[in-house]
Design a protein around this ligand. Structure first.
Ligand code: RET
Length: 249
């Protein structure tokens, strides 16, 4: 019985559904990025490797999160944040690699990584140490602290160093791609705080009665959009910049 409950998705469980779909989508995207890596030119290979690593690390975590959720009916908070602690910094690496030719320094990469770790540490404290039954005060304090890290990344991508370097690169395709990634950070990443506010005591939970299991519904949808989306933007740029050599190869 124990095993059966792990292997069965209740047909009305949207959260379980997105855990399975998310897992398969991340796996398929990883295979795609790893294979396509062989078709792009020199410096773009590293960018595609990073795209594949982001979705692959997520796929492995989804494999475990899905079973954890089905076995317990609870949010796999620790696994979720371990996944993000690895994949969000890798998304910062994508920004760095794209702007490197225009002079991006490793210092920029570190600033972005520190901002993401800040964002995730406070988000984790907010969720994992939420008092029994849920506390709105706790959720708001750590949610706000976490948001400061998010705003820093947003600022850097839209008007700060990343945006300026993309402009200075003199490469219209790079500039366009960095702008699309910045849109992902603005719109796609904004889905996460919505999920966060569904936890017990969170504004959407306490205020509008949204279920706590919806935390994972929002996180799963956001992950698929952002991780696969980021990878595809980088892939499109890499192939467009490699087409000349591919034609003569
Ligand atoms: C692949 C995973 C990604 C891109 C995860 C991104 C996560 C966030 C942007 C999380 C942000 C949060 C806030 C801005 C406030 C509330 C707590 C968080 C951690 C959910």
């Amino acid at each position: 019985m124990e095993l059966l409950s792990v292997l069965t998705i209740p047909k009305d469980d949207a959260v379980a559904f997105t855990f399975f779909t998310g897992y398969m989508a991340m796996m398929a995207a990883s295979v795609f990025f790893f294979f396509e890596r062989g078709r792009v030119e020199g410096k773009w290979k590293l960018s595609l490797l990073v795209s594949g690593l982001i979705t692959f690390i997520a796929a492995v975590h989804y494999y475990y999160m899905r079973d954890y959720y089905l076995a317990t009916g609870e949010n796999p908070t620790a696994l979720r944040y371990i996944d993000w602690t690895l994949t969000v910094p890798l998304m910062c690496v994508e920004f760095y690699l794209l702007t490197k030719a225009a002079g991006a320094k490793v210092g920029l990469l570190w600033k972005l990584i520190i901002a993401s770790v800040w964002m995730l540490v406070f988000g984790y404290i907010g969720e994992a140490f939420n008092p029994e039954g849920g506390s709105t005060t706790h959720s708001v304090i750590y949610g706000v602290l976490s948001t400061l890290g998010y705003i820093y990344i947003l600022y850097t991508a839209w008007v700060g160093e990343v945006a300026q370097l993309a402009k200075a690169s003199g490469n219209a395709a790079v500039e366009r791609s960095v702008r699309i990634l910045a849109w992902f950070v603005l719109v796609g990443w904004a889905i996460y705080p919505i999920g966060y506010m569904c936890m017990p005591g969170g504004w959407l939970n306490a205020g509008l009665g949204w279920e706590a299991t919806n935390v994972d519904l929002f996180y799963n949808i956001a992950d698929a959009i952002n991780k696969i989306g980021f990878g595809l933007v980088v892939y499109a740029l890499a192939t467009s910049q490699s087409s000349n050599s591919a034609a003569t190869a």
